[in-house]
Design a protein around this ligand. Structure first.
Ligand code: MLT
Length: 363
């Protein structure tokens, strides 16, 4: 079975279940992760990945790149991670002089794609775009088949994206106060869409539950692209998603918007209150994205990808489009392997106690 096939099957299983609590969802997701792992050829050790960080991987650095490069996206096409990836792929492709093919490998909150790239040849032709989920997965998945810090080389950070809490067009609450009252009164029927354990939308939901004391019914998807489609069709009630997916729908009143998860209001959505203004304590989260290659990829290849990334982040079209979507590229000094590794490490440490205190795990 291909990744796409297993992800499609998995989504069918998700859709068939009406999870009543996040805890009930965990066991199912853990089984799913194992099932998909089996379809993808097992763990890193079984598939013979190069020793992490050896720096002398099998890649031929001289003349790199000579062929098309695959950018693996861990969530559905049309979603926020996919949007950022496709935006930067264009100028990176022009800079590297080869085609960049975007491949969506969905499943288990982004961990299926990360495992695939951890086990790929360290030759620079398979690159992972991942987000904050790279830092939460080690705590959420006790059996995670890769180590984010050991099994990859970082290329650089890409963006930092605010999140927004939004509701379906016909969802009754119009304000955050109304949302809290409504959810509390209708806990058995209200549904919250996310992209599975390890997704930014799942983390944001967890923070919402912690801040409000409400235990909402989660409906997981392979990405917030399809989740937003269902929200727009009133098939799920509310979700927390990145501005790269929601800004245009908020501005056109296609969805109801309750709050943005940044400390300050954002330029693209100046009328939208922050979670702090709405009285939701500790509900601040910004989704960051970064590029990775398998551990052991030669330094020359990491440098070539990083140079192309730095150029892409200064591209006018990238800056303009990200601005329209409520975000911007990171500063150049953060789009480096060292800054990226440092950020990943600090985010693993930041989220571990928060997730542990919430008692959420996929195992
Ligand atoms: C996506 O690209 O679908 C999202 O990043 C999913 C998420 O993390 O919520």
């Amino acid at each position: 079975m291909t990744h796409a096939q297993s992800a499609t099957t998995a989504r069918g299983q998700f859709a068939a279940r009406q999870w009543r609590t996040p805890r009930a969802a965990l066991t199912t997701l853990a089984s799913l992760a194992l099932a998909i792992s089996a379809c993808t050829g097992g763990t890193g050790s079984e598939s013979g990945s190069a020793p992490a960080g050896s720096g002398d991987g099998g890649g031929d650095a001289a003349g790199y790149p000579e062929d098309s490069i695959t950018f693996v996206v861990p969530f559905s096409a049309g979603g926020p991670t996919d949007t950022v990836t496709r935006l930067i792929a264009e100028p990176m492709s022009a800079e590297l002089g080869v085609e960049i093919v975007v491949q969506n490998v969905e499943g288990a909150g982004g961990t299926v794609a990360a495992e695939q790239v951890a086990n790929a040849e360290p030759d620079g032709y398979t690159v992972l775009m991942h987000h904050i989920g790279m830092s939460t997965a080690p705590t959420l998945y006790p059996e995670l088949p890769y180590d984010p810090l050991e099994d990859f080389e970082t290329i650089g950070l890409v963006t930092e994206v605010p999140m927004t809490i939004v509701g379906s067009p016909n969802f009754e609450p119009n304000t955050m106060d109304e949302l809290l009252t409504y959810v509390e009164a209708n806990l058995d029927t209200v549904t919250y869409a996310n992209a599975g354990i390890g997704a930014a939308s799942q983390l944001c939901g967890l923070l919402f539950e912690t801040a409000t004391g409400l235990d909402v019914t989660e409906v997981p998807y392979d990405g917030t692209g399809p989740a937003l489609d269902d929200l727009l069709g009133d098939q799920v009630d509310f979700m927390c998603d990145q501005t790269t997916n929601t800004t245009e729908n908020i501005l056109s009143d296609a969805v109801k918007a309750y709050a943005v998860t940044t400390p300050e209001r954002i330029e693209a959505l100046p009328d939208l209150q922050t979670t702090a203004e709405a009285g939701l304590e500790g509900m601040e989260v910004t989704v960051w994205h970064g590029l990775y290659v398998p551990g052991g990829t030669p330094q020359e290849i990491v440098d070539a990808l990083n140079s192309a990334l730095l150029i892409a982040l200064e591209d006018e079209n990238v800056i303009t489009r990200l601005g329209e979507l409520g975000t911007s590229p990171v500063e150049q000094d953060r789009a480096t392997p060292d800054a990226h590794t440092e950020h990943l490490q600090s985010q693993i440490e930041l989220w571990r106690p928060i997730i542990e205190d919430a008692g959420v795990t996929a195992g």
